[in-house]
Design a protein around this ligand. Structure first.
Ligand SMILES: [Zn+2]
Ligand SMILES: [Zn+2]
Length: 128
């Protein structure tokens, strides 16, 4: 019997993902704006990264936390807010530069800089 290549590829991808986070890139197609963002999601070997847009700094920021270890530390939100629109709670994190809270971003449709619906997603990558 031939081994199923698809299963092997799937398992390999799964193994890689288990030890690496994902980088998603976004850019604003408005040439007056040229906003670019790198969004880090998930966990690498030692750390977990959370990205979001800091309105104070006017840029994408990434906070880094040690992975949940035996002491039970994980990403440490500065606050938890409840969103009445979705009924979900949302953890907000501290900007590494100005310490102001930012909401984590995983995907983007609107540009946080020019507020247009002009965001295009680039090729994703991995970090570890
Ligand atoms: Zn900031
Ligand atoms: Zn823009």
């Amino acid at each position: 019997m031939r081994p199923c290549l698809r299963t092997l590829v799937f398992l390999l991808a799964f193994t890689l993902l288990a030890f690496a986070g994902e980088i998603r890139t976004f850019n604003c197609t408005n040439t007056q704006c040229n906003f670019k963002a790198k969004v880090f999601c998930g966990s690498g070997d030692a750390v977990t990264k959370v990205s979001g847009y800091c309105t104070r700094c006017g840029k994408m920021v990434t906070a880094t936390f040690p992975n949940k270890d035996s002491k039970g530390f994980g990403p440490n939100p500065v606050a938890r807010v409840w969103d009445s629109a979705t009924g979900k709670t949302l953890d907000v994190f501290g900007c590494p530069d100005c310490k102001r809270p930012f909401a984590p971003v995983e995907g983007m449709k609107h540009c946080p800089k020019c507020r247009g619906k002009t965001i295009a997603e680039g090729v994703p990558g991995l970090w570890d």
